[in-house]
Each structure stands twice: as structure tokens, then as C-alpha cells.
Design a protein around this ligand. Structure first.
Ligand SMILES: NC(=O)c1ccc[n+]([C@@H]2O[C@H](COP(=O)([O-])OP(=O)(O)OC[C@H]3O[C@@H](n4cnc5c(N)ncnc54)[C@H](O)[C@@H]3O)[C@@H](O)[C@H]2O)c1
Length: 280
């Protein structure tokens, strides 16, 4: 897709949040190798600085918290004054907490602010220049399968990621009408990936377990699908195939259509039927 080759190109500008570690750092490494100018944002100043020093491209490193309005505005100001309107914005920063349905709204707020409101805020800051300009541009928001099939256990995270899915779908629709496709939105949904989020105590010398993909595998898959112009970029891993994801998504949608109990996939009365569905 030629438009995407102009966005992900030597000298073009990419903004990545949560760039210091995990998937964000792997995206930064990939885009740096393609010669993009990078504005990297993270609250972990030491890890961000270490990554910036390793990358062989022009890097603007901004330390801040995506949940803090002033920090997001500082990122926007730094990018605007030092590189101009970005070609690519990757809303990647996220955090996982096991916050359930009757945890306090204050406990929910952190999860919603970091995983959802941050993307909304940065979209609000960066999109007007992208829309008013004449260059091709794209925004990538990080969703999760937890926001699509919504497994029980971390309700706040699932709500935030379900919000990201809807927000990104709505954004893509509006951009299609407002810019004729010059500016696009994409939903990146990693599979199970070997990052500090899932393995906070892992040391660099540790061997990756078999089930997750490495962050680099996830990013290779993402980039190929982005160049294909895909909106939904749902990544597999070493245990979950695209066919399994498709069956799980169809089952979840059928809960409402067939008047089954909520989250019937995890309901004991449906265990046999669900297992048969996955095998069929
Ligand atoms: N790892 C997975 O299996 C997986 C699966 C599905 C979705 N995701 C999503 O992918 C994205 C990246 O996940 P990851 O596994 O690389 O996470 P990670 O925890 O390994 O890295 C996240 C990065 O974001 C930064 N960050 C966190 N909160 C921040 C804040 N408030 N302000 C600024 N920076 C902040 C962290 O310092 C870190 O550098 C997240 O949105 C996550 O929800 C990950």
C-alpha cells in the first residue's frame, strides 16, 4: 500500500507512547531501522533514555505520564516545535490491573485513564493537525482481546480496551469521510506477548516461555498487516491461532443473539458446548 509506505518512511515522524519497554520499544526499534524520526514518551525515564541511546535515528525522548493532561500537552508541544505534524501516532502505553466490577471508582480511574483516556487525549491533541495538513498519516491504538471477548478477572482493563476498540472504529469511520482515507486509524490487538506487562520479574538472561510471542514477533506481524492497510490487526501467538480467535469472537457475539448468559464461555453449563464449538 503506497500510502503506508509514505507514512512509514525515512525522515517521517512517529510518536509512540509507552515506548520504553515491551511492544512500544519493539515498535520504536522497527521504525528506527526504517529511518523514521521518533518522538518517544514514557514515564520510565531511565529505560526511555537507555532505549533512545541505542536507536540509530533522530529521537526526541519525553518523560511523562499519559494519564496527566499537562504531560500529554508537553509531548504535543515538543513534537510540534521540533518535528512538525507526525505521520504516525501509536497510542501504546497501557497497564494491567486486576480491578473487578465492585472495586472503587478511584481504582478504576487509573486503569481507564492510562488505557483509554490517554488515547482519547492524544488523539484530540494530534488529530487536528493531521487532518488539516496534506500529508498521509495514521493513528494506531493498542486494543486487547480482553476488550473483544472480555474474559472475566480484570473488568476495568476489559472496559478500557473495549472502549479503545469502539473509539478506533469510530475514528476510522470519521477520518474516511473527513480526509478521503488520507488519514487512517488502525486497531492493533496483540496476542499473548513476552513483555514486562506479563512477565514483570523476567531478567534479560531468562528464556522466553513457549506460549507467548516475543515483542519483535508481534511487531513484525503488525508491520506486515499495517502495510497491507488493515484496520483490525489481531495477532496470534504460539498457542492461539487466528482460527481460534475467530471462533472465540463468534461465540462471544452469539451470547446476545442466542440469549445465552453473559460470558457463557466461562459458564459451567456451557463448558461442553463451548469445547465442542472450538473443535468443530
Ligand atoms: N503484552 C501483551 O500480551 C499484550 C496483549 C494485548 C494488549 N497489550 C497492550 O499492548 C500495549 C503494550 O503492552 P506491553 O505488554 O508492551 O506493556 P509493558 O508493561 O511491557 O510496557 C508498557 C510501557 O508503557 C509505559 N507506561 C505504562 N503506564 C504509563 C503511563 N501512565 N504513562 C507513560 N508510560 C506508561 C511503561 O513504563 C512501559 O514502558 C498496552 O496497551 C497493552 O495493554 C499487550
Amino acid at each position: 500500500m503506497d500510502r503506508m509506505k509514505r507514512i512509514v518512511a525515512k525522515g517521517s515522524v512517529a510518536v509512540i507512547t509507552g515506548a520504553a519497554k515491551g511492544i512500544g520499544a519493539a515498535i520504536a526499534q522497527d521504525l528506527a531501522a526504517r529511518g523514521m524520526v521518533l518522538a518517544l514518551f514514557d514515564r520510565d525515564e531511565a529505560a526511555l533514555g537507555a532505549l533512545a541511546r541505542r536507536l540509530d535515528t533522530k529521537v526526541i525522548a519525553v518523560t511523562g505520564d499519559v494519564a496527566v493532561r499537562e504531560d500529554c500537552e508537553a509531548l504535543h508541544d515538543a513534537v510540534r516545535s521540533r518535528t512538525g505534524t507526525p505521520h504516525l501516532l501509536v497510542n501504546n502505553a497501557g497497564l494491567m490491573r486486576r480491578i473487578g466490577p465492585w472495586a472503587s471508582p478511584d481504582e478504576w480511574r487509573e486503569v481507564l485513564d492510562v488505557n483509554f483516556t490517554s488515547a482519547l487525549r492524544l488523539q484530540h491533541l494530534f488529530m487536528p493537525d493531521m487532518i488539516d495538513g496534506d500529508q498521509p498519516a495514521a493513528i494506531v491504538n493498542l486494543g486487547s482481546k480482553e476488550g473483544i471477548t472480555t474474559p472475566p478477572g480484570q473488568a476495568a482493563y476489559s472496559v478500557a480496551k473495549a472502549g479503545i476498540k469502539v473509539l478506533t472504529e469510530q475514528l476510522e469511520h470519521e477520518l474516511r469521510n473527513a480526509t478521503g482515507g488520507r488519514v487512517s486509524a488502525h486497531l492493533l490487538v496483540p496476542g499473548y506477548t513476552y513483555t514486562p506487562m506479563n512477565f514483570p520479574d523476567a531478567r534479560p538472561s531468562d528464556r522466553k516461555p513457549d506460549a507467548p510471542w516475543s515483542a519483535e514477533q508481534t511487531v513484525d506481524y503488525f508491520m506486515a498487516r499495517l502495510f497491507n492497510g488493515d484496520f483490525y490487526i489481531l495477532c496470534p501467538d504460539n498457542e492461539v491461532t487466528p482460527a481460534m480467535d475467530a471462533r472465540r469472537i463468534r461465540w462471544a457475539a452469539d451470547d446476545m443473539i442466542r440469549n445465552r448468559p453473559a460470558l457463557s464461555r466461562w459458564h459451567p453449563d456451557y463448558a461442553t458446548e463451548f469445547a465442542a464449538w472450538m473443535k468443530s
